[in-house]
Ligand binder design. Structure first.
Ligand code: NAP
Length: 307
């Protein structure tokens, strides 16, 4: 049995479709099963929350593989970014060790570090450390920006493109190598032993080339885009080409913090999320790790059909 967290998210939904299509017995840890869509009848459902450790301890019964995708890029009423990303992963790892899990797959992020300016990337560093220092066989993926048509970030940009100009936090000079959620999901399937047809896996470390005890893959798309170029692709994909208006980060942070005070976690965007556009997330090895797993990531404009 495989336990998937974050199955209702951008990457999780793409991965869940592949797991059920491949006939992998899957249990999902979710807060709201309705958000699983049609896949919900093909999986075991464990109701749970990252802020509620007993819920995921129960979900781990009889599980041999965990794919832990659930995380938060904004504070929730149940817990902070640090609690839901860092501490919950540490607890999930401890519970997985107790439950006798054989393989723990975790999504960190490129640029995660203990001293990063963003809370999200600091929490990912803490989480990644917990996974790497565990006694579990583990695979860590560190993606750049992960996107899929209709995901919350692209939907927000499409809505902003209803305005005459599209506001963008900061000058948009940080660099990204966006990877499509379907390509990221194919990489996960590959480490789970379901390689894309015709692909040949190459060793990523460890004694056994097929089943390394620990491995870390950086997931990057085939092109390096500035934040501004990324917003531009999204705006064109929405079919509403518009000029982009850089908004100084000092103003963005004040406006978004005020909005969060007013409407709490229901804000359209938070400063913690917008600040992520200030930090480059690139891999020096580009698409090499994905290709080692038999996956050739596609360009964002091609996936989104941006003119
Ligand atoms: N997207 C990116 O650009 C990016 C970049 C670097 C790293 N990553 C990491 O890659 C992984 C996948 O990213 P993604 O963008 O596909 O994720 P996502 O779309 O943001 O989805 C997050 C998932 O986590 C779940 N979740 C959030 N809070 C939870 C809680 N308190 N209890 C249980 N589940 C909770 C959500 O469930 P609900 O449906 O209930 O909200 C959702 O399924 C994440 O670990 C993310 O941090 C993503």
């Amino acid at each position: 049995m495989l336990l998937l967290t974050g199955a209702t998210g951008t990457t999780g939904a793409a991965l869940l479709r592949r797991l059920t299509a491949a006939g992998v017995p899957t249990r999902v840890l979710v807060r709201d099963p309705k958000r699983l869509g049609p896949e919900r009848v093909r999986v075991q459902i464990a109701l749970g929350d990252l802020a509620d450790p007993p819920s995921f301890r129960n979900a781990l019964r009889g599980v041999t593989t965990v794919v832990h995708l659930a995380a938060a890029s904004r504070d929730q009423p149940q817990g902070s970014i640090e609690e839901l990303g860092g501490i919950a992963t540490w607890r999930m790892v401890a519970a997985a060790e107790k439950a006798g899990v054989e393989h723990f797959v975790f999504f960190s992020a490129l640029s995660a570090s203990a001293h990063n300016r963003t809370r999200f990337l600091r929490s990912k560093a803490l989480a990644e450390k917990a996974v790497a220092e565990s006694g579990l066989r583990h695979t860590i993926f560190a993606p750049s920006i992960v996107y899929a048509p209709g995901d919350p970030a692209l939907t927000l940009i499409a809505r902003l493109a209803l305005l005459p100009v599209v506001p963008m936090s900061g000058r948009g000079r940080a660099l990204f190598q966006p990877i499509w959620a379907d390509d990221a999901a194919d990489c996960v399937m590959s480490v789970l032993g379901h390689r894309p047809a015709g692909a040949e896996i190459r060793a990523a470390g460890g004694d056994d080339a097929e089943v390394p005890r620990s491995a870390r893959y950086e997931l990057a798309g085939p092109e390096t885009l500035t934040g501004r170029e990324l917003v531009d692709v999204a705006v064109r994909a929405a079919g509403r080409p518009r000029p982009i208006l850089p908004v100084p980060t000092a103003i963005t942070s004040r406006v978004l913090r005020a909005a969060e005070l007013l409407v709490s976690h229901r804000a359209l965007a938070t400063w913690d999320e917008a600040e992520l556009l200030e930090v480059s997330m690139t891999s020096r090895s580009g698409t090499a790790d994905a290709e080692r797993l038999g996956v050739s990531p596609r360009r964002m404009a091609a996936v989104l059909g941006a003119a």
